[in-house]
Ligand binder design. Structure first.
Ligand SMILES: C[S@@+](CC[C@H](N)C(=O)[O-])C[C@H]1O[C@@H](n2cnc3c(N)ncnc32)[C@H](O)[C@@H]1O
Ligand SMILES: O=[N+]([O-])c1ccc2c(c1)CN[C@@H](CO)C2
Length: 289
Protein backbone atom coordinates (compact mmCIF):
# COMPACT_ATOMS: atom_id res chain seq x y z
CA UNK A 1 0.00 0.00 0.00
CA UNK A 2 1.30 3.52 -0.68
CA UNK A 3 3.23 5.01 2.22
CA UNK A 4 1.37 7.12 4.73
CA UNK A 5 2.77 10.62 5.22
CA UNK A 6 4.31 9.76 8.57
CA UNK A 7 6.01 6.64 7.40
CA UNK A 8 9.59 5.79 8.16
CA UNK A 9 10.10 4.10 4.82
CA UNK A 10 11.49 0.57 4.77
CA UNK A 11 14.97 1.25 6.11
CA UNK A 12 16.59 -1.77 7.77
CA UNK A 13 18.40 -0.16 10.72
CA UNK A 14 16.25 1.39 13.47
CA UNK A 15 18.39 4.58 13.44
CA UNK A 16 17.82 5.08 9.69
CA UNK A 17 14.12 4.44 10.14
CA UNK A 18 13.99 7.06 12.87
CA UNK A 19 15.79 9.73 10.83
CA UNK A 20 13.56 9.01 7.81
CA UNK A 21 10.53 9.23 10.09
CA UNK A 22 11.89 12.51 11.48
CA UNK A 23 12.20 13.83 7.92
CA UNK A 24 8.62 12.80 7.19
CA UNK A 25 7.46 14.70 10.27
CA UNK A 26 9.38 17.74 9.03
CA UNK A 27 7.34 17.68 5.85
CA UNK A 28 4.04 17.88 7.72
CA UNK A 29 4.64 21.64 7.83
CA UNK A 30 5.35 22.00 4.10
CA UNK A 31 3.39 24.98 2.74
CA UNK A 32 2.94 24.83 -1.05
CA UNK A 33 2.04 28.53 -1.41
CA UNK A 34 5.08 29.69 0.55
CA UNK A 35 7.35 27.26 -1.25
CA UNK A 36 6.13 28.48 -4.64
CA UNK A 37 6.52 32.11 -3.62
CA UNK A 38 10.09 31.53 -2.37
CA UNK A 39 11.34 29.64 -5.39
CA UNK A 40 9.06 30.23 -8.38
CA UNK A 41 8.65 33.99 -8.48
CA UNK A 42 11.32 36.63 -9.28
CA UNK A 43 14.27 36.80 -8.93
CA UNK A 44 14.63 33.01 -9.17
CA UNK A 45 11.93 32.86 -11.84
CA UNK A 46 12.60 36.01 -13.87
CA UNK A 47 12.06 35.28 -17.57
CA UNK A 48 13.63 38.60 -18.49
CA UNK A 49 17.00 37.61 -16.97
CA UNK A 50 19.34 35.24 -18.81
CA UNK A 51 20.98 34.30 -15.49
CA UNK A 52 17.78 33.53 -13.57
CA UNK A 53 17.55 29.98 -12.21
CA UNK A 54 14.21 28.86 -13.61
CA UNK A 55 14.99 29.77 -17.26
CA UNK A 56 18.23 27.80 -16.88
CA UNK A 57 16.33 24.74 -15.61
CA UNK A 58 13.75 24.99 -18.40
CA UNK A 59 16.53 25.27 -21.02
CA UNK A 60 18.25 22.13 -19.64
CA UNK A 61 15.00 20.17 -19.79
CA UNK A 62 14.14 21.46 -23.28
CA UNK A 63 17.57 20.49 -24.64
CA UNK A 64 17.41 17.05 -23.00
CA UNK A 65 14.23 16.23 -24.92
CA UNK A 66 15.15 18.11 -28.10
CA UNK A 67 18.02 15.67 -28.75
CA UNK A 68 15.43 13.06 -29.66
CA UNK A 69 16.95 10.10 -27.79
CA UNK A 70 14.45 10.36 -24.89
CA UNK A 71 11.21 8.80 -26.06
CA UNK A 72 8.50 6.28 -25.29
CA UNK A 73 5.04 6.24 -23.74
CA UNK A 74 5.34 6.88 -20.00
CA UNK A 75 7.13 9.61 -18.04
CA UNK A 76 7.07 9.61 -14.22
CA UNK A 77 7.93 12.72 -12.19
CA UNK A 78 9.20 11.87 -8.70
CA UNK A 79 8.44 14.29 -5.87
CA UNK A 80 6.53 16.74 -8.06
CA UNK A 81 5.61 18.95 -5.14
CA UNK A 82 3.22 21.74 -6.16
CA UNK A 83 5.14 22.43 -9.40
CA UNK A 84 4.62 21.56 -13.05
CA UNK A 85 7.55 23.29 -14.79
CA UNK A 86 9.55 20.08 -14.74
CA UNK A 87 7.21 18.33 -17.23
CA UNK A 88 6.47 21.19 -19.63
CA UNK A 89 8.94 19.85 -22.21
CA UNK A 90 8.40 16.14 -21.57
CA UNK A 91 4.63 16.43 -21.94
CA UNK A 92 5.11 16.97 -25.69
CA UNK A 93 7.05 13.69 -26.04
CA UNK A 94 5.10 11.28 -23.81
CA UNK A 95 1.49 10.21 -24.09
CA UNK A 96 1.27 9.44 -20.36
CA UNK A 97 2.71 11.57 -17.55
CA UNK A 98 2.46 10.37 -13.96
CA UNK A 99 2.95 13.04 -11.29
CA UNK A 100 3.77 11.97 -7.73
CA UNK A 101 4.28 13.44 -4.29
CA UNK A 102 4.54 12.39 -0.65
CA UNK A 103 2.04 15.00 0.57
CA UNK A 104 -1.67 15.28 -0.17
CA UNK A 105 -1.42 19.08 0.03
CA UNK A 106 0.87 19.03 -2.99
CA UNK A 107 -1.15 16.45 -4.91
CA UNK A 108 -4.21 18.62 -4.30
CA UNK A 109 -2.37 21.70 -5.64
CA UNK A 110 -1.48 19.81 -8.82
CA UNK A 111 -5.03 18.53 -9.29
CA UNK A 112 -6.32 22.08 -8.85
CA UNK A 113 -4.31 23.27 -11.86
CA UNK A 114 -5.10 20.15 -13.88
CA UNK A 115 -8.82 20.75 -13.29
CA UNK A 116 -8.36 24.44 -14.30
CA UNK A 117 -9.82 25.52 -10.96
CA UNK A 118 -9.45 29.10 -9.74
CA UNK A 119 -6.92 30.19 -7.15
CA UNK A 120 -3.96 27.98 -8.03
CA UNK A 121 -0.46 29.07 -9.03
CA UNK A 122 -0.28 30.77 -12.46
CA UNK A 123 1.98 28.70 -14.71
CA UNK A 124 1.25 30.83 -17.79
CA UNK A 125 4.68 32.58 -17.93
CA UNK A 126 6.32 29.14 -17.70
CA UNK A 127 4.14 27.74 -20.50
CA UNK A 128 4.89 30.77 -22.65
CA UNK A 129 8.65 30.53 -22.00
CA UNK A 130 8.84 26.85 -22.96
CA UNK A 131 6.77 27.57 -26.10
CA UNK A 132 9.41 30.16 -27.05
CA UNK A 133 12.15 27.56 -26.51
CA UNK A 134 10.22 25.24 -28.83
CA UNK A 135 10.06 27.92 -31.51
CA UNK A 136 6.31 28.25 -31.10
CA UNK A 137 4.70 31.66 -30.63
CA UNK A 138 3.97 32.46 -26.97
CA UNK A 139 0.25 32.23 -27.84
CA UNK A 140 0.75 28.44 -28.20
CA UNK A 141 0.80 28.30 -24.40
CA UNK A 142 -2.91 27.45 -24.34
CA UNK A 143 -2.25 24.44 -26.55
CA UNK A 144 0.61 23.37 -24.28
CA UNK A 145 -1.63 23.73 -21.22
CA UNK A 146 -4.26 21.59 -22.94
CA UNK A 147 -1.60 19.03 -23.94
CA UNK A 148 -0.32 18.81 -20.36
CA UNK A 149 -3.83 18.38 -18.97
CA UNK A 150 -4.51 15.67 -21.55
CA UNK A 151 -1.40 13.55 -20.86
CA UNK A 152 -1.24 13.69 -17.05
CA UNK A 153 -3.00 10.43 -16.19
CA UNK A 154 -2.45 10.29 -12.40
CA UNK A 155 -1.20 12.24 -9.38
CA UNK A 156 0.00 9.48 -7.04
CA UNK A 157 1.43 9.13 -3.52
CA UNK A 158 5.13 8.21 -3.44
CA UNK A 159 7.85 7.49 -0.89
CA UNK A 160 11.38 7.26 -2.27
CA UNK A 161 12.60 5.60 0.94
CA UNK A 162 10.61 2.47 0.09
CA UNK A 163 12.19 -0.10 -2.22
CA UNK A 164 8.97 0.15 -4.23
CA UNK A 165 8.25 3.90 -4.04
CA UNK A 166 4.86 3.61 -5.80
CA UNK A 167 1.89 1.30 -5.27
CA UNK A 168 2.12 -1.86 -7.40
CA UNK A 169 0.70 -1.46 -10.89
CA UNK A 170 1.21 2.34 -10.97
CA UNK A 171 3.58 2.05 -13.93
CA UNK A 172 3.98 -0.45 -16.80
CA UNK A 173 5.53 -3.72 -15.62
CA UNK A 174 8.73 -2.96 -17.59
CA UNK A 175 9.00 0.47 -15.96
CA UNK A 176 8.63 4.07 -17.12
CA UNK A 177 10.49 5.15 -20.26
CA UNK A 178 11.66 8.35 -18.57
CA UNK A 179 11.91 9.58 -14.99
CA UNK A 180 12.20 13.23 -14.01
CA UNK A 181 12.88 14.38 -10.46
CA UNK A 182 13.72 17.86 -9.24
CA UNK A 183 14.91 18.96 -5.79
CA UNK A 184 13.52 15.81 -4.22
CA UNK A 185 16.05 13.16 -3.19
CA UNK A 186 18.57 15.41 -1.46
CA UNK A 187 15.84 17.37 0.33
CA UNK A 188 14.00 14.33 1.71
CA UNK A 189 16.99 12.20 2.78
CA UNK A 190 18.62 12.52 6.22
CA UNK A 191 22.09 11.61 4.93
CA UNK A 192 24.11 10.64 1.86
CA UNK A 193 23.52 6.92 2.40
CA UNK A 194 19.76 7.28 2.31
CA UNK A 195 20.05 9.69 -0.65
CA UNK A 196 21.91 6.99 -2.60
CA UNK A 197 19.45 4.35 -1.48
CA UNK A 198 16.53 6.54 -2.57
CA UNK A 199 18.20 6.99 -5.97
CA UNK A 200 18.43 3.21 -6.26
CA UNK A 201 14.74 2.91 -5.36
CA UNK A 202 13.58 5.41 -7.97
CA UNK A 203 15.90 3.95 -10.62
CA UNK A 204 13.92 0.71 -10.22
CA UNK A 205 10.90 2.59 -11.63
CA UNK A 206 12.63 2.99 -15.04
CA UNK A 207 12.87 0.36 -17.77
CA UNK A 208 16.36 -0.79 -18.90
CA UNK A 209 17.47 1.68 -21.60
CA UNK A 210 15.19 4.38 -20.16
CA UNK A 211 16.34 7.88 -19.20
CA UNK A 212 16.62 9.74 -15.90
CA UNK A 213 16.65 13.55 -15.71
CA UNK A 214 17.56 14.97 -12.31
CA UNK A 215 17.64 18.57 -11.12
CA UNK A 216 18.88 19.31 -7.63
CA UNK A 217 20.73 21.42 -5.11
CA UNK A 218 24.47 21.57 -4.57
CA UNK A 219 25.99 22.65 -1.26
CA UNK A 220 22.60 23.06 0.39
CA UNK A 221 22.13 22.15 4.08
CA UNK A 222 18.60 23.48 4.62
CA UNK A 223 15.67 25.20 2.97
CA UNK A 224 12.52 26.94 4.23
CA UNK A 225 9.46 24.91 3.22
CA UNK A 226 7.06 27.24 5.02
CA UNK A 227 7.20 30.51 7.00
CA UNK A 228 8.91 28.76 9.93
CA UNK A 229 9.47 25.27 8.49
CA UNK A 230 13.15 24.53 8.08
CA UNK A 231 13.98 21.27 6.27
CA UNK A 232 17.49 19.79 6.43
CA UNK A 233 19.12 18.90 3.08
CA UNK A 234 21.99 16.53 2.25
CA UNK A 235 24.79 18.84 1.05
CA UNK A 236 25.96 17.43 -2.30
CA UNK A 237 28.96 18.30 -4.42
CA UNK A 238 29.84 17.05 -7.90
CA UNK A 239 31.96 14.16 -6.58
CA UNK A 240 29.37 12.80 -4.13
CA UNK A 241 26.61 13.23 -6.72
CA UNK A 242 28.54 11.26 -9.37
CA UNK A 243 29.45 8.65 -6.75
CA UNK A 244 25.78 8.12 -5.90
CA UNK A 245 24.84 8.00 -9.56
CA UNK A 246 27.45 5.29 -10.17
CA UNK A 247 26.32 3.35 -7.10
CA UNK A 248 22.75 3.37 -8.45
CA UNK A 249 23.93 1.85 -11.75
CA UNK A 250 22.97 4.84 -13.89
CA UNK A 251 25.13 5.85 -16.86
CA UNK A 252 25.87 9.60 -16.79
CA UNK A 253 25.23 11.25 -20.18
CA UNK A 254 25.43 14.92 -19.19
CA UNK A 255 26.03 17.01 -16.07
CA UNK A 256 25.43 20.78 -16.13
CA UNK A 257 26.00 23.06 -13.15
CA UNK A 258 24.58 26.52 -12.43
CA UNK A 259 26.28 28.64 -9.78
CA UNK A 260 23.98 31.07 -8.02
CA UNK A 261 24.79 34.77 -8.43
CA UNK A 262 24.59 36.73 -5.17
CA UNK A 263 21.12 38.16 -5.89
CA UNK A 264 19.68 34.66 -6.35
CA UNK A 265 20.60 33.89 -2.74
CA UNK A 266 17.41 35.23 -1.20
CA UNK A 267 17.58 33.82 2.33
CA UNK A 268 15.17 30.90 1.90
CA UNK A 269 17.97 28.31 1.76
CA UNK A 270 21.77 28.10 1.54
CA UNK A 271 21.96 26.47 -1.90
CA UNK A 272 25.12 27.43 -3.79
CA UNK A 273 24.58 25.61 -7.08
CA UNK A 274 22.04 23.69 -9.11
CA UNK A 275 22.80 20.52 -11.05
CA UNK A 276 21.12 19.05 -14.10
CA UNK A 277 21.83 15.41 -14.89
CA UNK A 278 20.82 13.42 -17.96
CA UNK A 279 21.44 9.73 -17.34
CA UNK A 280 20.40 6.38 -18.73
CA UNK A 281 19.59 3.05 -17.11
CA UNK A 282 21.67 0.48 -18.99
CA UNK A 283 19.95 -2.18 -21.06
CA UNK A 284 19.94 -5.62 -19.49
CA UNK A 285 23.24 -7.18 -20.46
CA UNK A 286 24.75 -3.70 -20.81
CA UNK A 287 23.96 -3.35 -24.57
CA UNK A 288 23.30 -0.08 -26.44
CA UNK A 289 19.86 1.48 -26.83
C1 LIG B 1 11.90 20.65 -2.44
S1 LIG B 1 10.38 19.93 -2.89
C2 LIG B 1 10.56 19.72 -4.70
C3 LIG B 1 9.33 20.06 -5.43
C4 LIG B 1 9.44 20.17 -6.94
N1 LIG B 1 9.84 18.89 -7.56
C5 LIG B 1 10.38 21.28 -7.40
O1 LIG B 1 11.14 21.04 -8.36
O2 LIG B 1 10.34 22.35 -6.84
C6 LIG B 1 10.57 18.25 -2.32
C7 LIG B 1 9.32 17.42 -2.49
O3 LIG B 1 9.56 16.08 -2.04
C8 LIG B 1 8.38 15.60 -1.39
N2 LIG B 1 8.75 14.51 -0.47
C9 LIG B 1 8.96 14.58 0.86
N3 LIG B 1 9.25 13.37 1.36
C10 LIG B 1 9.24 12.51 0.30
C11 LIG B 1 9.45 11.11 0.16
N4 LIG B 1 9.77 10.34 1.21
N5 LIG B 1 9.33 10.55 -1.07
C12 LIG B 1 9.02 11.32 -2.15
N6 LIG B 1 8.80 12.67 -2.09
C13 LIG B 1 8.92 13.23 -0.87
C14 LIG B 1 7.80 16.81 -0.70
O4 LIG B 1 6.43 16.63 -0.41
C15 LIG B 1 8.10 17.92 -1.70
O5 LIG B 1 7.02 18.11 -2.58
O1 LIG C 1 16.08 28.42 -7.56
N1 LIG C 1 15.26 27.52 -7.78
O2 LIG C 1 14.64 27.38 -8.86
C1 LIG C 1 15.00 26.57 -6.74
C2 LIG C 1 13.84 25.81 -6.80
C3 LIG C 1 13.58 24.90 -5.80
C4 LIG C 1 14.47 24.73 -4.74
C5 LIG C 1 15.65 25.49 -4.69
C6 LIG C 1 15.91 26.42 -5.70
C7 LIG C 1 16.64 25.30 -3.59
N2 LIG C 1 16.10 24.53 -2.48
C8 LIG C 1 15.37 23.36 -2.92
C9 LIG C 1 14.99 22.47 -1.76
O3 LIG C 1 16.08 21.70 -1.44
C10 LIG C 1 14.15 23.75 -3.67
Amino acid sequence: APAKERDGGDAEEPAARNSIAAMARCYQGFDPAVYLQYNYTAPRADFGRADSIVPWKLACLHEAFAEGDVKGETLVDVGSGPTLYQVLSGCEVFGRVVLTDFLEVNRRELRRWLAAEEGGFDWTPYLQHVCRLEGRGPSAWREKAARLRSVVSEVLPIDVHRPCPLAPGSLPASGADCLVSSFCLESVSPDLGSFTQALRHVTSLVRPGGHVLLIGALGETYYMAGRDVRVPVVPLDEATLCGSLKASGLELLRLCIYTLPADMRVGVDDVSGIFFIKARKPQLGGGGD
